[in-house]
Design a protein around this ligand. Structure first.
Ligand code: 5GP
Length: 220
């Protein structure tokens, strides 16, 4: 899995400052279908969706990752909220982490979810400042280590992957480790310049949203 340095999408980007990039449901569906072809060979064991934006892409992706005769992949949900501290610009892991608040996390006991020896796909809709992905990965890694410890294992042997619909090409506030950015473990379906992306599930006027998406061009 790789993300190149230049925009790979055919979206018409806004000409006017403050304008948004409108993305349609169909387009997102197609991005998930296309991306699933790259993700399938990885043999993912479970999906962790970061809500709210990661929920719908995760569900669409699951459809296309389904193997005949195999059960659907389980999707676990975490919800994170980002606190924008406009005075701080840091790539420091801990500092970036403090800007994120957990709204909901996985109840490992109740769900009997085990991260050990699993290939885990983390899904979000957009990699903007990267703070959320950084935090989610860091915390899930900690969970995997503590699950391994509780079983007397030295290593959890968990392999994490990240999928987003969009990666904004901009200076990031947080980093992802080399083992993720190795060209195989991180996939953004499209790269975009730093404009606000309007996703359909946020729209209060889906008919107009669809029109705008068509006007801007969202073909794959
Ligand atoms: P981060 O800055 O941590 O990468 O992104 C935090 C969250 O902000 C994302 O998960 C997403 O929900 C939201 N976000 C960031 N940029 C955009 C955008 O352009 N459009 C929308 N709809 N949400 C965004």
């Amino acid at each position: 899995m790789s993300s190149s340095a230049t925009p790979s999408s055919s979206y018409i980007t806004p000409q006017v400052e403050g304008e948004k990039i409108f993305i349609s449901y169909n387009h997102i569906h197609q991005l998930c279908q296309e991306s699933a072809q790259k993700i399938k060979p990885l043999d993912i064991d479970l999906i962790i969706a970061i809500g709210g934006g990661g929920f719908i892409p995760a569900r669409m992706l699951r459809t296309f990752l389904k193997e005949e005769g195999q059960p659907n992949l389980k999707i676990f949900a975490i919800i994170l909220s980002l606190y924008e501290d406009l005075n701080s610009f840091s790539t420091d892991a801990e500092e970036a982490g403090t800007q994120v608040k957990r709204i909901q996390w996985i109840n490992y006991e109740e769900s009997k979810m085990d991260l050990c020896n699993k290939k885990v796909l983390i899904v979000d809709e957009v990699d903007d400042t990267r703070t959320t992905l950084h935090y989610a990965l860091q915390e899930l890694k900690k969970d995997a280590v503590s699950q391994a410890k509780s079983k007397g294992l030295e290593d959890s042997n968990t392999e994490f992957f990240i999928f987003t619909l969009h990666n904004k090409l901009k200076e990031k506030r947080a980093t992802l480790p080399d083992e993720i950015m190795d060209g195989r473990h991180y996939l953004a379906a499209r790269e975009l310049p730093d404009y606000w992306i309007a996703y359909p599930w946020e729209s209060a006027d889906i008919v107009n949203h669809q029109k705008m998406a068509e006007l801007q061009g969202y073909e794959i």
